[in-house]
Write a protein that binds this ligand. Structure first.
Ligand code: SF4
Length: 349
């Protein structure tokens, strides 16, 4: 027997929503009413959309649902960072993080359940890739966190679980909804996609006519070391990766951030700092140094603060812009590389 899957209304951009309501025989302005209910009035069901004619609501209910990821746990860090464990409709769980920094509230969203890239220092990599998230599951993380906290997100980083550019279509759909003024309304310059270096995805993203930020996980200045730390490097080595970053800058005017997780005794030596400085000295980029957030069982440690400062100084001496990321949420495993698919069903506290 054929069953038709109902459309989750959080999947639809304004254009798709207009086409959808018209396919149900309703005028285009009904799409704008529905979006207002979803993104401004916090509607949880179609029933509450009382300015839609009753017959149209019934038709909608036959064909669609209003479904958000269900929060099954909330943990709060001493620094105010909050980590949400969400359960999706098929029971898969993912994590998302809210980071407060003054007036800025940043949502760190997951793009996949798990991750198939396999970086050896990352908690997400431990369980492998379970599946790609759909557009509505990515946007839904943000909408759900806003509804649960009553706070408005100002910035988005796609740095949670997964490799966003390995789930390109859903991520792009989510970016359009995150940005759309009638949906989440977050400025493009306040949205950043983080990739482990999917070169064709970077090139494609550069051509989308967007102004979003791009962060690339570099973690090593040469291919031999990067092959170990980011296995995707065997497919897309450093030279074509940096060429794609240059293309991204040329097409968007947005300077690419190169993330470099510092791991004690592995990629934090003065020689490697010098090699990194030389590699990037002619490139308009920003290097963001992150001391490793150790994941139990991986055997990797973070360097001492003096070693991190020395590394930064050597790279800077080559004229490269360097920042040291302030750590948030490490006590609740909400920091970079610490997100997992763990099932804890105590309910939201
Ligand atoms: S660091 Fe990022 S790309 Fe690498 S395994 Fe973890 S989630 Fe995937």
């Amino acid at each position: 027997m054929l069953t038709h899957e109902k459309v989750n209304l959080f999947r639809l951009t304004e254009e798709a929503m207009i086409a959808f309501v018209q396919s149900l025989g309703a005028p285009a302005y009904r799409a704008r009413q529905i979006m207002h209910w979803l993104y401004r009035k916090g509607a949880e069901t179609i029933d509450v959309m009382t300015d839609l004619p009753r017959a149209f609501r019934s038709r909608l209910a036959e064909n669609c649902v209003v479904a958000l990821p269900e929060a099954v746990e909330l943990r709060q860090s001493a620094d105010g960072t909050r980590k949400f464990l969400f359960r999706l409709t098929d029971g898969v769980t993912i994590e998302s993080v809210l980071i407060r920094d003054g007036s800025r509230l940043t949502a760190c969203l997951s793009s996949q359940a798990g991750c198939g890239i396999g970086c050896p220092f990352c908690a997400t990599a431990l369980g492998g890739l379970e599946r790609n998230l759909r557009t509505e599951e990515i946007v839904g993380q943000l909408v759900a966190m806003q509804r649960l906290t009553g706070e408005r997100v100002t910035n988005v980083v796609m740095m949670g679980m997964g490799e966003p550019l390995a789930n390109y279509r859903s991520v792009l759909g989510a970016i359009r909804l995150l940005n759309h003024p009638k949906a989440c309304g977050i400025g493009q310059r306040h949205i950043t996609v983080s990739t482990s270096g999917v070169v064709p995805g970077i090139r494609r993203l550069a051509m989308e006519g967007l102004q979003i930020g791009l962060a690339v996980s570099l973690h090593a200045p040469n291919d031999a070391l990067r092959n170990q730390l980011v296995p995707l490097n065997r497919r897309y080595p450093i030279a074509p990766l940096l060429a794609a970053c240059r293309e991204y800058f040329a097409a968007t005017g947005r300077r690419v951030t190169l993330e470099y997780v510092l791991i004690d005794g592995l990629n934090d030596t003065p020689e490697l700092a010098e090699e990194l400085g030389v590699l990037l000295r002619d490139m308009n980029c920003l290097v963001n140094l992150l001391p490793l957030n150790p994941v139990p069982g991986t055997g990797f440690r973070r360097p001492e603060p003096e070693r991190i400062a020395d590394f930064a100084a050597i790279v800077r001496a080559r004229g490269v812009r360097v920042t040291l990321r302030r750590e948030m949420g490490t006590d609740i495993d909400a920091a970079c590389g610490q997100l997992r698919r763990v099932r804890r069903l105590q309910g939201v506290s």
